[in-house]
Every structure is written in C-alpha cells, then in structure tokens.
Design a protein around this ligand. Structure first.
Ligand SMILES: [Zn+2]
Length: 304
C-alpha cells in the first residue's frame, strides 16, 4: 500500500515549505500538495498548523489520505471500506426527514433515531449508484441497479428502505436508503483524530477572522466540540488510518457490515456516520457492474 496525504495549504504561507512550482494552485488562495509521511516536511506542516492555530489562523484548511494498492494486495484483501464519492444537498432534514434528537448522545450527538422514511429532493440526487447527502449520518442511498446486484447475487448483510420524494407526499423514488444488518466494533488499531497531527478528539473552540465573499472580514465564533466521546459511541472526527475491525464470527457469512461506532461530528445538519464495509466479492461485483459512486480501501479484521 502506498499512502500520501494531500493538503490544501493557504497560499500566503505555502512558501514556508514548498517551492512555487510544487503542487497545484487553486486560484491565488490555496496550494494543493501531496506528500509522503516520510518526507521531513510532513511533520513541519503539523508544526506550522499548530503555530497558526495559536494565532487563530490556519496553515492548511483540508487534508485527504490517498492510498493505492497493488493488484496482489487487492486480490488478497478479504474486506474493504466503502467510501461514498458522490455528495449532494439538500440533506434529509431539510426535505422533511424526521429525527428524534432526544435519542442522540448528549455529548457527541451520535445516534439520533430516524423516525420517518428518508425524504429527499429527486432533482438533487446525483446520477450514481451510491451517494450520501451533505449531512452524512445514515443518509446513504443506492440505485435500483445496486439493489438488483445485491439481490441477484444473494449478497448478505444489508437491507434497503424506500426513499420518499420531498415534493409529492408518499411518492417513492427509485433510490433506497442502505440499512446494515450488522454493526461491528472498531479495533483500537484504528486511528482517529481531527487531522494527521491532532488526535486529541476534542476542539477547544476559537474565534477566527473569516473573509466573506464580498471581501469583508467577519469574526466567527466556533464553539467547543467533543469528537472522541467518553460514552464510546463516536470515535473521532476522522478515521486517519486504514480501518481495523474486531473479528466476529458473523463475518464468515457476510458481504456487508457497518461500524458499530460512528465517525464525524454533529454540527448544523451534519451527523456522525457509521462506516460501511464490503467483502472482496461484493467489491468485485460493484466494479464488474460498472456501478458509480464508490471508492475502496483495504480494511483489516483483527483479533483485538
Ligand atoms: Zn457520544
């Protein structure tokens, strides 16, 4: 497995570590660089982010782990994490989906029960076989083609619930919400955090000066958040490593399961999510059927 981390660096500070001709510039404000963790500048990015944060500023805004595998590694892997690559809005809540917030964890906001079918705006759903709303949570939907593939091949471990149109009361759309049948625990080998340099699991809150679209600068207050929940239901804001799942005897009969614990945060519309995993057979069927909206990474089943 080859692993790089892609960072979006604030252009004003990019010269502190990177040459002008390195990476890709997104306009005048952001430089995108892809860097190996063994590059000495990797840790320097963390140091500069820490210093910037002390001044209510940022060195990088976003990061993304990019992992690639050899054909042998893919053939030998029994399980894969599924990443939804298509996102859309409005979220279910904005379309009338009802949640019971009183059932959510009071610390991390994970686990609010969905009381109604998932309601979505038909015209906003991407042309893909899997997609998730910008709220994340359990708002992952799949196409009829995906459901047919699962049923034709008797893939085990997931059910589907109808998705309802926000416009016409009760009208079923030709998309389905994914409902996992089994939820399995993360192993302690899985690494969670806010970013590659911050595994604290909490955000103390801050005030930052944010540039508005019209160029004015406004002070915005970001309240404290707890991502690594002491109740054990939410693991952190992001999964930073490949996923490690505790072995379970049900796995031998499954093609699909979800993580028992959620990942993410409860901010505005956004909800913590259960991560999805599929067998090698299911991954290959998704590829053979040329289904869209998926990315896969190897997941590890371990005894501890
Ligand atoms: Zn919690």
């Amino acid at each position: 497995m080859k692993e790089f981390v892609e960072f979006r660096i604030i252009m004003e500070y990019a010269h502190l570590l990177f040459r002008d001709d390195e990476g890709t510039n997104l306009g005048d404000s952001v430089k995108v660089v892809r860097i190996d963790k063994n590059d000495p500048r990797f840790n320097a990015i963390g140091e500069l982010q820490k210093k910037a944060r002390e001044n209510n500023d940022l060195f990088f805004t976003c990061f993304d782990y990019r992992r690639s595998y050899t054909e042998t590694e893919i053939n030998n892997a029994k399980w894969f994490q599924i990443f939804q690559t298509r996102h859309f809005e409005p979220a279910g809540e904005e379309c009338g989906t009802i949640y019971d917030e009183s059932s959510a964890c009071p610390i991390c906001g994970s686990g609010a029960k969905q009381l109604s079918p998932l309601r979505l705006r038909r015209s906003s759903i991407p042309k893909a076989d899997m997609a998730v709303t910008i709220a994340w949570g359990d708002e992952t939907i799949v196409s009829e083609r995906f459901v047919k593939m699962v049923k034709d091949n008797k893939l085990k471990g997931l059910d589907f619930e109808p998705v309802i149109s926000s416009a016409n009361s009760g009208q079923k759309l030709n998309y389905y919400q994914v409902r996992p049948q089994y939820y399995l625990d993360f192993s302690e080998k899985s690494v969670f955090g806010q970013d590659p340099f911050n595994l604290s699991g909490k955000f103390p809150g801050c005030t930052m000066e944010c540039v508005q679209p019209d160029g004015t600068i406004v002070k915005e207050v970001f309240p404290p958040e707890i991502y690594k929940c002491p109740n054990g239901d939410n693991m952190g804001l992001c999964l930073l490593s490949e996923a490690y799942i505790k072995s379970d005897s049900v796995l031998k009969d499954l093609d699909f399961f979800a993580s028992r614990q959620t990942v993410g945060g409860r901010v505005g519309l956004i909800r913590p999510s259960h991560l999805f995993f599929c067998s090698n057979r299911m991954m290959k069927l998704i590829k053979e059927n040329n289904l869209k909206g998926f990315k896969f990474e190897v997941a590890h089943i371990v005894d501890e």
